[in-house]
Design a protein around this ligand. Sequence first.
Ligand SMILES: Cc1ncc(COP(=O)(O)O)c(C=O)c1O
Length: 490
Amino acid sequence: MYICITNPSESDCQKDCKLIKSVIMKNKYYDLIDQTFDFPQDEFRTEDGELYFHDIPLMEIIKQYGTPLKITYLPKISSQIQRAKRLFNVAIAKTDYKGTYNYCYCTKSSHFAFVLEEALKNDINLETSSAFDINLIQELHAQGLIDKEKVIVCNGFKKEQYIENIVGIYKEGFRNVIPVLDNKHEYNMLDEMLEDNMEPMSLGIRIAAEEEPKFDFYTSRLGIRYHDIVSFYEEQIKQNKKFHFKMLHFFINTGIRDTAYYWNELAKCVNVYCDLKRVCPELDSLNIGGGFPSKVSLAANYDYEYMAEEILAQIKAICANRGVEEPHIFTEFGSFTVGESGATLYSILDQKQQNDRELWYMIDSSFITTLPDTWGINQRFIMLPINHWDCEYQRVFLGGLTCDSEDYYNADSHANAIFLPKLQQDEPLYIGFFHTGAYQESIGGYGGIQHCLIPAPKHVIIDKDEDGEYTTKLFAKEQSYKSMLKILGY
Ligand SMILES: Cc1ncc(COP(=O)(O)O)c(C=O)c1O
């Protein structure tokens, strides 16, 4: 309907009021965003109906490289690391906290050489999660990107190869490597591999946290049970001169959230810290793992300042109550560090109206392979069109190209629907998923890399001959660290 500005009651006005109509109707995609969120935001703005990400004109990038396309905006990695340091250092000052803040980059969130190079510009420690990660550390050293003083926190359930690699770099001179025990067997392996006359190796233990009540099981499979930790230390580690017990670690699967569950788990862990500190004076560090979220919605309102301050205030209060010195704090933020540096861009190939209410836009790739978290854990990201912001919008479902019916995306984190501009004749519609820089490549197996760098297994082909005898043939050996590191750009 046309509404005339000079004669608003006249719905049948003959004048050309197109412009006026567009102002009043507010039916463009831009209007939808403008009315729903505070927009523009730090990293997003539009110009002439097109989206800019950190002031980069994305249409230019698309014209140059085409879609589907992954992009990494490197400066965001450094700025997030600096932000984490600032948040905790300000919280230390505000709470008059006596320990220090130590940022570790959790390599599993993105192992790429260009990511590590950028992260290492910021005077950071590193966290590893499997055997090949240690090869990665050696490669970083060979390239002159780290020295042997670097603090390397080694997490994860450790196969013999991982323990061997940890002991290997320790013997090479990485004196600040800290294996965090996931189980007691790892301790025995380390003990066997270390010689008596060596300088003691720093050691940590991961506490097996209780899972959120609605989870499928009660206690995390990762780490050692709360009740076993002090006795394990007293019975085995205390008298062993090969070790210097330094760190207690925990990681809450749901991430760091302002929930009763999180604060309760934190308090339990700090209490274990205090119990242990009483019998182990050399213990001085509490590693609270990862879990700071990245921004997955234009409506995100996570209060990072409050959370950092509250974490320190709670640790401080419990320690004061128990008469224990406050620990140094370590974090291992993965998603927070690299998530917001990444985006994945697609074009819409066509639309399909499958019934009166369901209109599909088909992307030129697959969600299952390029954004596996959307499929595996129903993760939501910020999804925006790159062009046509000045066109009318409609509700759509996004479909991937695989034959898998689960290959779709149909909801934002703030709404159970998605909206995109209507398709136009003159130019295809391009869309972007933003803040996709953590985990998606390794989980999706990009180029042959794997989650936590756990190698692809050997593959054996089995057949049977006419006599019913079976034969085997090795199709592929287990993936090597060299092939993985090559894909990652080392
Ligand atoms: C031990 C440990 N540290 C850090 C992280 C990183 O978590 P996030 O990416 O949520 O910060 C994880 C994630 O699985 C983890 O298991």
